[in-house]
Ligand binder design. Structure first.
Ligand code: ATP
Ligand code: MG
Length: 345
């Protein structure tokens, strides 16, 4: 296979990657599980070569014209392990660098032609650029990327405990302690994002992963905005996390993330989003537009207070992140978490 490789991240890659190397002293290699041959199977029947402007955009640099690999990374750099999941544009695998010290990553494939068919090539490119530059313990790191004629490969931080969505489904809802710890981490990550003028706009349990110590990791930067996850669509519509200004088609700002944080707090504690309506899309739309919010009595007064301060119609009146981080409900559980920082349960 011919690989035209883009330089991943130009400098300091091994230093960055070392934080995901979970090899303990004395333990030679962390198990990455059994590879199922899915990359080759997919590549035979899936996708087509992309050329022209779209190829330029998706190459993320000009190496698409280069015959020889010019970057540090290619598919040959990795041993591929167990499948972690399937994304909209390709599969995700656990992988390990062949070279010492055998860094562990999640390798996510994206078929260029499928991105082009969905008309999201600029969005994908922008999101990759954004995620590459973010450094926060609660934001999934994108260490770099490389590509061949048909695919882009993203080298992502491995989220050892998988999807938060699955945990929520399994448990029905989370305890106040666990919810508060997640919201604390979310607020911190969002504050960081907003300081970089990045609005996430698509916060929901499906886009959150859990690190090896149960810490929350925001993944999925943005392209799900254009193509919402099927799970959510079939489950309860796609509107659930959208604020009034977005469902009403008005201009929106970073305050949309504050609203979504309120929805997330509610969903963690109650097991379903606050404006979900089994009568469908229109009914949910109406409930969001008039902020038809009822917090069940099982939720503590402090948590209810936070939810009600975030789910406010007027974007400017929503509780700012700095005040979320000092809210009594958040502070209460943070102090008890001191000895096990990052622990979620
Ligand atoms: P979808 O629309 O289904 O969410 P997607 O294109 O956004 O697809 P991802 O959600 O990024 O794709 O990846 C698909 C699945 O692969 C995830 O739901 C998760 O189970 C797994 N996965 C993705 N990235 C990682 C990671 N860094 N660590 C562990 N598992 C991951
Ligand atoms: Mg996803």
């Amino acid at each position: 296979m011919k690989l035209a490789c883009a330089p991943a991240v130009k400098s300091g890659l091994s230093k960055q990657l070392s934080i995901v190397n979970e090899t303990k002293p004395g333990v030679k290699k962390l198990a990455i599980g059994q590879y199922d041959g899915g990359l080759e199977k997919d590549n035979e029947k899936r996708g087509s070569v992309v050329s022209g402007e779209a190829a330029e955009i998706l190459a993320l640099d000009h190496s698409v014209h280069t015959e020889r690999p010019i970057g540090d990374w290619s598919l040959h750099s990795f041993e591929i392990g167990r499948p972690l999941g399937k994304g909209k544009f390709g599969r995700v695998y656990m992988a390990r660098t062949k070279k010492e010290p055998h860094y562990i990553i999640a390798l996510k494939t994206l078929y260029k032609s499928e991105i082009v068919e969905s008309k999201v090539e600029k969005q994908v490119r922008r999101e990759i650029e954004i995620q590459t530059n973010l450094r926060h313990p609660n934001i999934l790191r994108l260490y770099g990327y490389f590509h061949d004629e048909k695919r882009i490969f993203l080298m992502l931080e491995f989220a050892g405990k998988g999807e938060l969505y699955k945990q929520l489904n399994k448990n029905g809802r989370f305890s106040e302690r666990r919810s508060a710890r997640y919201i604390d981490q979310m607020a911190d990550a969002l504050q960081y994002l907003h300081s970089k003028h990045v609005i996430h706009r698509d916060i929901k349990p499906e886009n959150l992963l859990l690190g090896i110590n149960g810490e929350l990791k925001i993944g999925d930067f943005g392209w799900s905005v254009h193509a919402p996850s099927n799970r959510r669509k079939t489950l309860c519509g796609t509107l659930d996390y959208l604020p009034p200004e977005m469902v009403l088609g008005k201009e929106h700002s970073e305050k949309v993330d504050l609203w979504a944080l309120g929805v997330l707090t509610y969903e963690f504690l109650c097991g379903n989003p606050p404006f979900e309506d089994l009568n469908g899309y229109n009914a949910t739309y109406k409930r969001i537009a008039k902020v038809d919010l009822h917090v069940p009595s099982s939720v503590s007064a402090e948590a209810k207070d936070l939810i009600e301060r975030l789910l406010v119609f007027e974007p400017e009146k929503r509780l700012p992140l700095s005040e979320v981080l000092t809210h009594p409900w958040i502070v209460k559980y943070r102090s008890s978490a001191k000895l096990s920082k990052g622990e979620a349960a």
